[in-house]
Design a protein around this ligand. Structure first.
Ligand code: DP6
Length: 325
């Protein structure tokens, strides 16, 4: 029997987006971001010290760049732990991978927690958030339940996420999958090209600070309509910024636009629903939990989705000790 550590983490969806780094190596973002951790599509990852580094995802051995990214991450953990030991990483995603559904957020949050535990590191949540950030920026936020803000910070020490209170808000996200396949450009490459070539990037940084302040105020006031308005405008501004890259980065598809239109129409009908989108064509609709079923049914009627589920606010990362044969 080999001792092993298993961690479970959930994806998060940003209401104020992270799009652009100012340090690619340390994964320091150009702006702060704020998300909601969901209660669907968890990643479960087991790390066991082993003769050699290896990694598998959903039963298939990882290779190439994906494996390289995991091994680089293990190198960081080894550096922190002062260890030379190699490790085997076994991971399963309950949701689709690399489809703009935050699989890298849940993936690196789970890997950070499982690897830290396997290597005997005793990290508090802030240190775990900083470590997860080094795997994938958005993973820094999946350490926490509910709403979390990733402070951009100015260096490795000061760039971490923290929970955010939102009294009286009972949010749900209707996750409308219009294409469950892997995205055509990774968010990492797309954000690098946006920073490098989009003339709108400076405006994105300025407007993002305003959006974040407005969102914080709306969350503190328990004002879901204000939260939704800011979140939708911030997502559209992120996509506008990347559409300005050379060549343009466009994740929106006709099916995405159909869902965006239906969400706007729902609001005209008096239903509180607001759209957000990440690095893919899928649309997540923020709503009050009490309205979620109505929103889901309205989007379903469009006939453009391959899956539609209602997610609520989810838990932070959790570790359990165990043993594998
Ligand atoms: C559009 O965290 O996947 O989902 O740090 O390069 O791994 P890397 O990028 P990643 O980017 C997520 C971008 C986003 C917005 C967000 O989650 O804030």
């Amino acid at each position: 029997m080999t001792p092993s550590s298993t961690a479970v983490a959930h994806p998060n969806i940003a209401l104020i987006k992270y799009w652009g780094k100012r340090d690619d190596r340390l994964i320091l973002p150009a702006t702060s971001s704020l998300s909601l951790t969901l209660d669907v599509h968890p990643t479960t990852t087991t790390v066991a010290l082993a003769e050699a580094d290896s990694a598998s995802l959903d039963g298939a051995p990882m290779t190439g760049d994906a494996l390289e990214r995991v091994v680089r991450f293990l190198d960081l953990v080894r550096e922190l732990a002062g260890s030379e030991a190699r490790a085997s990483v076994v991971s399963t995603n309950a949701g689709p991978t690399a489809a703009g559904l935050a699989s890298s957020a849940s993936g690196f949050a789970a890997l950070a927690a499982a690897a830290a535990h396997a290597y005997g590191l005793d990290l508090d949540e802030r240190a775990l958030s900083r470590l997860a950030r080094r795997g994938s920026g958005s993973a820094s936020r999946s350490i926490y339940p509910g709403f979390a803000q990733w402070h951009a910070g100015s260096d490795d020490e000061s760039s971490f996420a923290e929970p955010v209170e939102a009294p009286g808000i009972d949010a749900a996200m209707v996750v409308a999958v219009v294409d469950g396949g892997p995205k055509h450009v990774s968010s990492r490459a797309a954000m690098r090209e946006t920073v490098r070539t989009s003339p709108f990037f400076a405006a994105w940084i300025d407007s993002s600070a305003v959006d974040l302040a407005d969102l914080r105020a709306a969350l503190a006031a328990g004002d879901l309509p204000a939260v939704g308005d800011v979140a939708e405008r911030n997502a559209m501004r992120m996509h506008a910024t990347m559409l300005g890259a050379e060549p343009p980065v466009r994740y929106l598809s006709p099916a995405s636009v159909a869902v965006l239109d239906r969400v706007r129409q729902l609001r005209a009908e008096g239903v509180g629903a607001w759209a957000t989108m990440d690095a893919g064509p899928n649309v997540k609709v923020l709503t009050d939990r009490a309205d979620a079923e109505r929103v889901r049914a309205a989007v379903a009627e469009l006939g453009v989705t391959s899956s539609l589920l209602v997610a609520g606010s989810g838990p932070g990362v959790a570790v359990r000790e165990g043993a594998v044969a």
